[in-house]
Design a protein around this ligand. Structure first.
Ligand code: NDP
Length: 269
């Protein structure tokens, strides 16, 4: 279980350990590792998933047979594509894509030994792209594609691969969304701030409204539980009605119309 220090990852860790699973939970800070060690059936592992050497050694901290890996750790980078700092984009893709695969590669021998499962924390943003979250969406779309390939490739060993696709969920990621957005805005060049002025205001308003809609992490935990325990785990788990409605709308709407709707929703009049 990666990214177990807080948010969805901590909620999954608490839930699965309370169900009697032995959870090998990764976190980065000593304080978070200490909190995890206090939980019953939880064994903390210090891991930054972008640290290649540490990921390669992950197997040393795990049992020889592993029932599942839950790739949950993730970050978000916001802002218009024209202005996104390229180092931030690279870091986002490193954390949300490359490091996820690094973890899976590292633990596959132990998963194979147990006919275990792979679970990826994607997002509804892996299926829908909105203005100002293009970078984050790109990372989740990439994860969706890699998970699809992996699922077909791992069939010979009977290792299921599931994607969890939550919509906005009440965690630090959403709690900090407006502060992050303001930090991003103040980091823009004056030219970009002027060019995107109405978009920046409109998107901030939308973020504020979406923040209020953010759902309970328990829905995501329940989807992960099903991915881990169902006899036939699904390929994809949607977690909330807001996302289902958005996807249903997109399924019957020409791109020209949905582009106009999303652009209007993120522009200040
Ligand atoms: P939080 O910001 O609350 O938690 C993020 C977690 O990822 C933390 O445990 C953090 O560790 C960890 N993490 C970040 N970078 C690294 C890294 N380099 N190495 C190891 N761990 C790292 O986010 P959420 O709980 O909301 O998000 C969890 C997952 O769910 C993410 O993949 C996110 O994209 C996805 N998701 C979230 C949604 C939401 O609305 N909240 C909606 C859809 C998907 P640390 O505490 O050390 O920073």
């Amino acid at each position: 279980m990666t990214g177990a220090s807080r948010g969805i990852g901590l909620a999954i860790t608490k839930h699965m350990s309370a169900r009697g699973w032995h959870v090998y939970a990764t976190a980065r800070s000593a304080a978070d590792l200490h909190v995890l060690d206090e939980l019953p059936n939880v064994y903390s592992i210090q891991l930054d998933i972008t640290d290649r050497a540490a990921v390669a050694d992950l197997y040393l901290h795990l049992p020889p047979r592993l029932d599942a890996v839950v790739n949950n750790a993730g970050i978000i980078v916001q802002g218009p594509v024209e202005s996104v700092a390229l180092d931030d984009l690279s870091r986002l893709l490193e954390v949300n894509v490359t490091a996820q695969i690094a973890v899976v590669q590292a633990v596959l021998p132990q998963l194979r030994a147990a006919r275990g499962r792979v679970v990826f924390m994607s997002s509804v943003s892996g299926l829908i792209t909105m203005p100002s979250t293009g970078a984050y969406s790109a990372s989740k779309y990439a994860l969706e594609s890699l998970a699809d390939a992996l699922r077909m490739e791992l069939r010979p060993w009977g290792i299921p691969v599931s994607l969890i696709e939550p919509g906005p969920t009440r965690t630090d990621m959403w709690g900090d969304a407006l502060d992050d957005y303001d930090r991003m805005t103040s980091g823009l060049s004056p030219a970009h701030r002027e060019l995107y002025a109405s978009h920046l205001v409109g998107t901030r308003k939308l973020l504020g409204r979406m923040q209020k809609l953010a759902g309970d992490p328990a829905k995501v935990v329940s989807a992960v539980d099903r991915a881990l325990t169902s006899r036939r785990p699904k390929r994809r788990y949607r977690c909330d009605n807001v996302s289902r409605a958005q996807l249903a709308f997109l399924a019957v709407t020409p791109t020209s119309v949905s582009d106009a709707v999303f652009a209007a929703a993120t522009t200040s009049k």
